[in-house]
Design a protein around this ligand. Sequence first.
Ligand code: ADP
Length: 512
Amino acid sequence: MKMMNKTKMKKKPNKNKKETKQASLTFKWVSAVAAVITVSFVIFSIIIYSVVKRQLVEQEARLTSNVVQTFNNRLDNIPDTLEISNVVPRLSPNTGRLLAGKASNDNDDSRQVFNDDVLASLANREMRVTIFDPTGSVVFSNGNSDSSMKMPKISKNGQQTIINKDHQLHLVAAQPIHSEINNKLIGYIVVDNSLSRLNDVLHSLRLWMTTISIVGIILFSLFAFLIVNNVVKPIKQMSKISRAVNNDPNSQDRMPVTRRHDELGELIQNFNQMLDRMQAYIQQQKQFVGDVSHELRTPVAVVQGHLNLLERWGKDDPEVLEESIQASLQEINRMKHLIQEMLDLTRAEQIDVQFPNEVTNVNEVLSRTINDMRMIHQDFVITYNDALKPNTMIKMYRNHLEQVLIILMDNAMKYSTDRKELIVDASTEKDKVEIIVQDFGEGISHEEQKKIFNRFYRVDKARTREKGGNGLGLSIAQKLVESYHGKISVISELGSGSKFKLEFPLLKDEKN
Ligand code: ADP
């Protein structure tokens, strides 16, 4: 209960934490992309806008300067003060006659004047040209200027200035007119270029740039969202599945099989494999604990039974005492043997880490093990057919090869019946070493052959127990052999004996 509460308490905050993180990941990525795109668009727009504006202003400035120059050239041959009567004829000889004596701010006439001759050649209706006399009063203007119009400050070099009138840019150029005849200051020319074309172009440029930027930012953000979502979606799914597995270790939830051939596809595949493997380990572990406790229960019960017997009557009865002690010792021995085998099995699962570079001479280990077995089991005839090439080497720790051989030969003898004979064949094939341990005992049915490598599996539980078997020998042998990339198999006929075959890859240097 305590454990359960603990896990429950741990899981809840985890869940919320993960969900918030996922939600913000998409948001973060999309916002980052949108921010980068916005900044890029703004910088790009500013550059384009400035370049276009500069070009247009330069163009207008040149035009304005030409206008000033033309007016100056026309008027600088007047010796005295500028007046309407001497200005108009010089600017427009054809209409001079008609205008003589008329006010300079007559709209229609002024326009007429502007369209004529010099003025007409300029043909720029957005320019207002005003001529002042030296006192600063208006002598002539082509626009709607009134006589109260003030003369702007005039810089010496006739520089042009850009001013902002009612959100419209204006280019103003002013220049004094000196009489060419006596170099007397006879008046001033002021050209006010309203830059309406430039203002229009800049206005529509701003409009287009804003529209394109907004549409671009929306489109790019949408595109970024789709891409990010494509990456984040499987991550979210994975997180959901890991939560499900975390809550229920037996959950069969898996990531759907995907056709993507990228890092995410690989991650999904590995994720599924990892879950499968993890669950298989959990299952194995559970089964192992179950099997072990089941296996230990019988000997513990036997010892307990005998001790109870001793407690009740055995103390006084030497016969019961002797029998119970013997039986208990036997069971304890069996338990000791079982514990050793379980340890061997656990160790056999970690071989590749502990003995990665061990090499064994097969001939040597085989001869020695067979000789030892012959000594211990003198009632058996053990024939050894050695067809191995001299110094056949395999990648395996020698004690492990010996352990596997002992397990097989021990079984062969344990399950032999009348014919107490054993044949061991060893040969070097093209790229592998084959060792066969053959007996002529009780044999194993086809059905049972599939199960004998399972942990704690015994064909006949009672009989095997009699012979001291725990059903772990072949599991240990299989784990050891497979850890060294070898193979173990069985060919057997019920009643006529069994052949256990070991195959190991031949060490490369020793081939041929
Ligand atoms: P055990 O320690 O019980 O012998 P093993 O894993 O070595 O456990 O063997 C599993 C079962 O396979 C044995 O209980 C036995 O029934 C069967 N077996 C193994 N080797 C042979 C053999 N050479 N002949 C007949 N049966 C065998």
